[in-house]
Design a protein. Structure first.
Length: 643
């Protein structure tokens, strides 16, 4: 109940601002509206998660969502634990997360915890694969994920409220309120989650027989509030301010081989973003500046360990998309980032004055896209970055696409390909973590490319799309943390990693009478192997990287009938090695989920009732070794919408 009161207080407060109030007659100057269609990069792979899937998963984390719809392998450290990314055989720090064009990867860790990002705070989720991420920045050797919020100046009052309750005392509340007209738009979003995660599981890691155990010390509380205000200027330009506060408090449960745990972690963040947009008939100019503060505290009551870290981040970007001619498109941009980090672990105890570390980045890029005719598109991107004044590797990227359509435009097929150079700089922890940080680490760098064939068919009653993608990447100076003097783990540039694979996407929508059917499958085969020994005793050469499944599958079938929606989801992962010599591994697993939902309408109001059953077959599995995952569980959600 307190969750609903908090949300209602937010509604009352921001509703009182009422920027869309039109009770008074005001004479306004005319506004000229421009529309420049900005095409996606034609030579590179990008996937977008549909709005219906976002609506069905308002209570989920971003990591849960990506598990269902993309070939990304999410390493989950148990219910309520961290969720990290592995895309195309790369590591957790090799995929970048962007919020409206702002990079959210921690400069200290170099990665993100996807469990901290609720789906309900995003209007759009897109995934860039491989070098497609170079348009926004460096470091995305695997790719990039984009969380975007839409701005639409219309006379609208859009209110959405969702309440979920489920197994293991799981309660999730989310709210969204948008009010606007042709000059103003205000959006408020709030999110509250509490869960105990006290599930039962079979422990197969102690004794000769499985033992029935309970997951303890797994409580989690999460709160979030986002506020956006946007104003359209008299010349049609837009200026906007976004504020996002997030707090997460979680206990850390024991592993399957430890009897108890006294660990606790607190994550808090404040993100602010001021942006400007100028759209004309032949160009789009955007500029933004962001200030973010991230705080993490880890405490273990038994050992007495109490570690705190704080980082302040300033980012600014300017981007120009210019149509030079009907067949020539130019993209230009510049970025600046300043990171100021404070950590007790960045200095010896007697040298507290050095616990502060800074890092600055500047980079520029340009891309030219040329279409000599209606079938061909050619592109070239160049990017250069400096870190603390030191010039980093020059990054070129080349791509092409050929598309053929028949006269009736029912069938179309295309082939595309690209090759790019990319690099990933070591994190602040890699460089400065006392006493093992290595300031002399080189950036991970290499070449990556892909080629793809796509076929598509559209008609009044069906839609068919199939895409096959072959990819590869050579990454040199791969950073490995390994034991050093006094058995202290230290990061070193040691290995050359060769990753290659194939991705097959299939989507089919069709109608039979009053039934609508949707079928989606995503198959992925990835070999990611070390090519260079760390020492004479290294037996990892030619072996699959740990926690990188060779095979993965994501699929769903959905049928819609008179407001009813029934969805069956499947996700499968092959075995994941937990030792570099492939002598130990976690077994493959297949998970089945089912979602039954019903839409009810009354005038402009809409209700949605949804029952989600996760792990329908009650499969006992581990995503990360010794971290139990929940058995079969339920989540009942009631949502209310009004426009």
């Amino acid at each position: 109940m307190t969750h609903f009161l908090s949300i209602l207080m937010c509604i009352a407060y921001f509703g009182a601002l009422n920027p869309a109030d039109t009770s008074k007659a005001v004479v306004l100057k005319g506004i000229q509206v421009y529309d420049l269609k900005i095409e996606d990069r034609q030579s590179f792979k990008q996937s977008k998660i549909d709005s219906l899937t976002l609506q069905e998963n308002l209570s989920a984390s971003l990591g849960d969502l990506l598990t269902l719809r993309t070939p990304i392998f999410i390493k989950s450290y148990g219910a309520g634990g961290a969720q990290t990314i592995s895309l195309r055989g790369t590591g957790a720090s090799h995929t970048q997360l962007y919020w409206n064009g702002i990079n959210l990867n921690s400069p200290m860790l170099g990665q993100v915890d996807l469990s901290l990002f609720p789906v309900s705070f995003s209007d759009e989720v897109k995934v860039d694969y491989g070098a497609s991420s170079l348009l926004y920045g460096t470091g995305g050797l695997g790719g990039a994920i984009h969380m975007n919020n839409r701005v639409d100046f219309q006379q609208v009052t859009d209110f959405r409220l969702s309440q979920s309750t489920g197994s293991f005392s799981n309660f999730v509340s989310s709210m969204s309120l948008t009010k606007g007209n042709h000059l103003w738009q205000s959006t408020t979003k709030a999110y509250v989650k509490t869960v105990k995660n006290d599930f039962q599981y079979w422990n197969v890691n102690i004794g000769s027989e499985p033992v029935h155990s309970t997951n303890i010390n797994g409580e989690q509380q999460q709160y979030g509030l986002m506020q956006e205000v946007h104003r359209k200027l008299n010349n049609g330009d837009r200026i906007g301010l976004r504020l996002w506060g997030q707090y997460n408090d979680r206990s850390l449960p024991p592993t399957t081989i430890t009897p108890d745990s006294y660990g606790w972690q607190q994550d808090a963040s404040l993100r602010s973003l001021l942006d400007y947009e100028r759209k004309r008939a032949n160009h789009l100019l955007t500029a933004n500046v962001a200030y973010m503060k991230e705080f993490v505290r880890y405490k273990d009551k038994k050992s007495g360990n109490d570690s705190r870290s704080l980082v302040d981040i300033v980012q600014s970007n300017i981007r120009l998309n210019q149509k030079l001619k009907e067949n020539i498109f130019l993209r230009l941009g510049a970025n600046y980032t300043l990171d100021i980090a404070h950590s007790d672990n960045y200095a010896e105890p007697q040298e507290l004055v050095t616990t502060r570390r800074t890092q600055s980045k500047q980079d520029v890029y340009s891309e030219l896209e040329y279409s000599p005719n209606s079938a061909w598109t050619l592109s070239m991107l160049l990017r250069q970055q400096w870190i603390d004044g030191d010039r980093k590797p020059f990054l070129p990227s080349l791509g092409y696409k050929y598309q053929h359509e028949n006269n009736q435009q029912l069938w179309a097929w295309s082939v595309r390909g690209n090759i790019s150079r990319n690099f990933h700089a070591p994190s602040l922890n890699d460089r400065y973590w006392w006493p093992v940080g290595n300031p002399d680490l080189l950036p991970e760098e290499g070449w990556e490319g892909e080629t793809a064939f796509q076929i598509e068919r559209k008609s009044s009653s069906s839609y068919f799309n199939s895409e096959t993608t072959l990819f590869f990447s050579y990454i040199n100076n791969w950073i490995i943390w390994q034991p050093g003097v006094f058995n202290l783990w230290r990061p070193e540039n040691m290995t050359l990693v060769f990753s290659r694979g194939i991705e097959q996407n299939f989507r089919y929508h069709f109608k039979t009478g009053q039934l609508q059917h949707e079928l989606f499958t995503n198959l992925s085969w990835t070999k990611a192997e070390n090519q260079k020994p760390k020492n004479d005793r290294d037996v990892s050469v030619g072996k699959q990287l740990i926690y990188t499944p060779v095979f993965s599958l994501q699929a769903y079938y959905r049928v819609i009938y008179k407001g009813w929606k029934i969805t069956v989801e499947e996700s499968a992962y092959g075995k994941r090695y937990t030792k570099t010599d492939e002598t130990q591994y976690l077994p493959a697993y297949l998970l089945t989920n089912m979602v039954v939902a019903k839409d009810l309408r009354w005038h402009k109001q809409q209700f949605n009732v949804q029952l989600r059953i996760n792990n329908l077959m009650n499969y006992h599995y581990q995503s990360v070794a010794f971290r139990p995952m929940p058995p079969r569980n339920f989540l009942l959600t009631l949502s209310y919408f009004v426009k």
